[in-house]
Design a protein around this ligand. Structure first.
Ligand code: ADP
Ligand code: MG
Length: 181
C-alpha cells in the first residue's frame, strides 16, 4: 500500500516513556500492511546492538546505524515508511532530511527525547515537533513517587548533554520530583 501524501509523526517524551516501543509498534504494523519500511538510528547509540533498535521492554526491529544524516535520503529511495529512533542525537540537518522525505510522499515516524536531563529542549526537537503533522507525547512512571513522569533526571553528576546510559544514571520524574533538589 502506498502513501500518497507524506507525513511527519513525532513520538516524544522522557526516557522510559515507551517511545521506542511505540515506534516499533507503528513500524511493525506498517510491515504487516505490506509497506516498504526501513529504520534508522544514530551511530553513537550502541547501547544494545549495532543493527537493532531495542526498547527497554526488549522489543526490537532491524535498523541501520547512520553517521551522516544525508545517507538516510539515499537509503530511503524505494521505501515509503521511514522510522528514526533517538532523533535528538542527530545534527540539525535532520530537519531538512525529514522534510525532504515527507515532501516526497513518504511517512516519516521519528522518536526522541523532547527534553534533556536539565529539562531544556533537546537539540532540533522543537523544530521537528513544529514541522510534524502529528506529535505524540508519552509519559513514563516517576521513579520517585509513581505519578506520570515527563522529565528525565540524571542520577550521576556528569554535566555533558549527551551521556549514554540507562537506569544506572537516569530515572523518570514527575514535575515536583524533578524540581525538588
Ligand atoms: P523509551 O524509548 O521512551 O526510553 P522504551 O520504549 O525503550 O522507552 O521502553 C519502555 C519500557 O520501559 C516500558 O514498557 C517499561 O517496561 C520500561 N520501564 C522502565 N522504567 C520505566 C519507568 N520509570 N516508567 C515507565 N516504563 C519504564
Ligand atoms: Mg528509546
Amino acid at each position: 500500500m502506498k502513501n500518497k501524501k507524506g507525513i511527519i509523526e513525532v513520538i516524544c517524551g522522557p526516557m522510559f516513556s515507551g517511545k521506542t516501543e511505540e515506534l516499533i509498534r507503528r513500524l511493525k504494523r506498517s510491515i504487516i500492511a505490506k509497506n516498504r519500511v526501513v529504520v534508522f538510528k544514530p551511530k553513537i547509540d550502541k547501547r544494545y546492538s549495532e543493527n537493532l533498535v531495542v526498547s527497554h521492554n526488549n522489543n526490537s526491529i532491524e535498523s541501520i546505524a547512520i553517521e551522516n544524516e544525508n545517507d538516510i535520503i539515499k537509503l530511503s529511495k524505494d521505501i515509503n515508511i521511514i522510522g528514526i529512533d533517538e532523533i535528538q542525537f542527530f545534527s540539525e540537518n535532520i530537519l531538512d532530511v525529514c522534510i525532504n522525505l515527507a515532501n516526497q510522499g513518504k511517512r516519516v515516524i521519528i522518536s526522541g527525547l523532547d527534553k534533556d536531563y536539565k529539562g531544556i529542549p533537546f537539540g532540533i526537537m522543537p523544530q521537528l515537533m513544529c514541522e510534524a503533522e502529528l506529535v505524540t507525547k508519552l509519559t513514563a512512571i516517576c521513579n520517585q513517587c509513581g505519578d506520570y513522569a515527563s522529565f528525565t533526571k540524571r542520577t550521576s553528576d556528569n554535566n555533558d548533554q549527551v551521556l549514554l546510559g540507562e537506569t544506572d544514571i537516569y530515572e523518570a520524574n514527575c514535575r515536583p520530583c524533578f524540581y525538588k533538589n
